[in-house]
Design a protein around this ligand. Structure first.
Ligand SMILES: [Cu+2]
Length: 347
């Protein structure tokens, strides 16, 4: 760690506290201290602090995937506190939702997109959020805070593009407008008030990771089931569901080819015996968390099988979530004795 990084971390610790642990600076550091700190910093960071534009925490987003962008507000309008933040969502950024922010009222303006965009397999979005406004709070100029959205990069963008989000800060005593976009091929470095930007990189090919379809913040991975003997009517199936979003979601139901009915089961103690029973109200997937269904615990129960599950094949289905909607899924069929998803050559 060089000195610059160490000081940067110190500044982060001292001034980076947003949200509930907000504190008041009782005494401002005198200018000598500030100058001493400044000369210790490496040049790039000094320049950044000196200009302190509104910027985005993430360093990139990929085509065809969801992203989270935290707009960092480094100061007020001179000394006047920020009481309103307005972020314009550019065309081609779809499925936007602002993250709830205690102490602030959030409003969104929705409208039609220029065209319908693929959101995820089989689903198109024609309209959505075009502008997000946080208001009713007061962010002192001496403090720093972040205003967060989640969204999805449509195929309107390509690797190498940069997306700009014009942003406005309103204060009782003034206004700051961050809307400048550099001319084609030029950097934003010399702009007075650049719009916060997000570089776009190539999307991962979802099909490269089999069984990992993506729909916004919800990802279902490593879906598998054991092969069944001929004539079997039921089978258990397993997978991991990850939620990278800021809000909890819930798996409500499952539909699978060749399966009459699919239920979500948990294991529960009945006296001294572990028995399985249906989870009554769906399966919660916490914000920023995951749920793993694995042998011995939570599982999907496939009932009324219309045919055997054959090792090496796969069965397709659809997971239905309360918020994320329908997500396609493919269960790989493993050996009768398998204890987890894996390569068939291992059995
Ligand atoms: Cu069961």
């Amino acid at each position: 760690m060089n000195a610059g990084t160490a000081v940067a971390k110190f500044i982060w610790a001292a001034f980076g506290a947003g949200g509930p642990q907000r504190f008041k600076i009782e005494k401002r550091p005198d200018m000598t201290t500030v100058r001493l700190l400044a000369v210790t910093l490496f040049a790039g960071f000094t320049a950044h602090v000196a200009s302190a534009h509104v910027s985005i925490e993430n360093d990139k987003a990929a085509v065809g995937t969801s992203f989270k962008a935290a707009f960092k507000i480094p100061h007020g309008c001179k000394q006047s506190p920020t009481t309103k933040v307005t972020v314009t969502i550019p065309e081609g950024i779809i499925g936007v939702k602002p993250m709830v922010k205690p102490g602030w009222t959030i409003s969104v303006t929705k409208g039609d997109y220029a065209r319908a965009y693929d959101f995820y397999h089989g689903m198109k979005l024609k309209e959505g959020v075009k502008e997000v406004v946080w208001s009713g709070g007061s962010l002192e100029s001496d403090f720093y805070d972040e205003f967060t959205i989640v969204g999805f990069v449509s195929d309107a963008f390509h690797a190498g593009d940069t997306v700009y989000f014009p942003t406005r800060q309103d204060c009782p005593d003034g206004q700051l407008i961050w809307s400048e976009v550099p001319p084609q091929g030029k950097s934003a470095h010399d702009l007075e008030a650049p719009a916060p930007s997000l570089p776009i990189v190539a999307g991962e090919d979802e099909h490269a990771h089999h069984g990992a379809p993506s729909a916004g913040p919800i990802n279902a991975e490593a879906a598998w089931a054991r092969a069944t003997p001929a004539g079997a009517a039921v089978a258990a199936a397993y997978l991991t569901i990850k939620n990278s979003g800021a809000v909890a979601d819930r798996l409500l139901s499952i539909e699978v080819d060749v399966v009459g009915r699919a239920e979500i089961h948990e294991m529960a103690k009945d006296g001294d015996v572990m028995r399985m029973r249906e989870v009554p109200n769906g399966l919660d997937v916490p914000a920023g968390g995951s749920v793993t269904l694995a042998p011995g615990g939570l599982h999907l129960m496939f009932k009324d099988l219309k045919g055997p599950l054959v090792e090496g094949q796969s069965v397709k289905g659809m997971l239905k979530f309360e918020k994320a909607g329908s997500i396609p899924i493919e269960f790989r069929i493993e050996a009768v004795g398998a204890s987890g998803p894996g390569e068939h050559s291992h059995h």
